[in-house]
Write a protein that binds this ligand. Structure first.
Ligand SMILES: Nc1ncnc2c1ncn2[C@@H]1O[C@H](COP(=O)(O)OP(=O)(O)O)[C@@H](O)[C@H]1O
Ligand SMILES: [Mg+2]
Length: 188
């Protein structure tokens, strides 16, 4: 059986999910990939266009979205061919590969503060990044997951990493190589 499996061709990547905590640079990367001719879909746009939300989370100022509904409805709404699905819930959709963009929490905090978000919303997202929340969700989805530390990278460098991943690189981006625990310990 093992021999048989190892002889199967590597499946083509049809849906690539680019996920990560808000502020990690997903949309910037998506815009750049679209500029290079890739098919890029912002999940948030699909959610709004097709009403894939239950209501408004007034406290957070965001739409209430059911991950299971996304998983059910989004695939049929995507264009044919290879798609890069961008968004902090994009790992909820069955993807052939998930890339989680990471950003050092202290740096992420500065990026989110410039968005004019309420302090509690900034804090909630910084903590989610520090605790690997999206990474864990992605890994638990059972789909192949990689992570890219964008903290010291420009958008162009992150795009180059994604191109490298599409060309087959895995080792450099293995789950577990990003670790914010030292920084988190410094909070106490
Ligand atoms: N690689 C980067 N280095 C520095 N700042 C970045 C980088 N990528 C994005 N930013 C900035 O961080 C903020 C969030 O970027 P954005 O692409 O909207 O993230 P996301 O879509 O993940 O929420 C924006 O102000 C953007 O200009
Ligand atoms: Mg975005």
């Amino acid at each position: 059986m093992d021999v048989f499996l190892s002889q199967l061709p590597v499946p083509d990547i049809v849906i690539l999910s680019i996920t990560g905590t808000p502020g990690t640079g997903k949309s910037s990367v998506g815009a750049s990939l679209a500029g290079k001719g890739r098919t890029v879909v912002e999940l948030g746009d699909l959610v709004r266009e097709h009403g894939l939300y239950a209501g408004m989370d007034e406290e957070r100022g965001s739409l209430e979205v059911d991950p299971e509904e996304l998983a059910e409805r989004v695939p049929s709404l995507l264009p044919d061919g290879d798609v890069m699905l961008i968004g902090h819930l994009s790992h909820c959709v069955d993807a052939d590969l998930i890339v989680v963009l990471r950003c050092r929490p202290s740096v992420l905090r500065k990026r989110l503060e410039t968005r004019g978000w309420a302090p509690a919303k900034v804090q909630e997202n910084v903590e989610a990044e520090a605790l690997d929340v999206i990474l864990v969700e992605a890994v638990e989805s059972g789909h192949e997951t990689l992570e890219v530390d964008t903290t010291e990278m420009t958008t162009a460098q992150v795009v180059a990493s994604i191109e490298e991943i599409l060309a087959g690189e895995r080792k450099k981006y293995e789950v577990g190589h990003v670790d914010w625990s030292q920084e988190v310990m410094g909070w106490y």
